[in-house]
Design a protein around this ligand. Structure first.
Ligand code: DQA
Length: 140
């Protein structure tokens, strides 16, 4: 399968950003770990990160016809971006939402995800393993 892993705003700062919540590993560390997991052998994985909502939307559009599944950590856009939600619906590609932290046990505003019900599943609070679990859901 061709899989696209999308990370939204501020996830480029992983490793530096609030390590007590998000851990000490960088996004690159997580990517390197993930591509070495046996479960992802035989699959093509592409990573994309942007701090810009429009760039994330365009990357989702570009996936149409080219990608079999999307794993998305939309960062704070999770909580309010109807444009991102519409993009996920528009391309009709199976998508799994993931969060490193458990968004259900943090501030009230994080409990709301406007993309949750247009995704196959929401995985939250599993750290980097969430990316792998999301991929497993798409593969099966
Ligand atoms: C996050 C949770 C969001 O609430 C936050 O805005 C992020 C990261 C997570 O991975 O836990 O940027 O998506």
């Amino acid at each position: 399968m061709k899989l696209l892993i999308i990370n939204g705003p501020n996830l480029n700062l992983l490793g530096l950003r609030e390590p007590e919540i998000y851990g000490n590993e960088t996004l690159f560390d997580i990517e390197s770990w993930l591509i070495n997991q046996p479960e992802v052998d035989d699959h093509t994985i592409t990573w994309f990160q942007s701090n810009h909502e429009g760039e994330l939307i365009e990357r989702i559009h570009d996936a149409m016809g080219n990608v079999d599944g999307i794993v998305i950590n939309p960062g704070a856009l999770t909580h309010y971006s109807y444009a991102l939600r519409d993009a996920i619906v528009a391309v009709n590609i199976p998508t799994v939402e993931i969060h490193l932290s458990d968004i259900n046990t943090r501030e009230e505003f994080r409990k709301i995800s406007v993309v949750k019900d247009v995704c196959l599943a929401q995985l939250s609070g599993l750290g980097k393993k969430g990316y792998l679990e999301a991929i497993k859901k798409l593969i099966h």
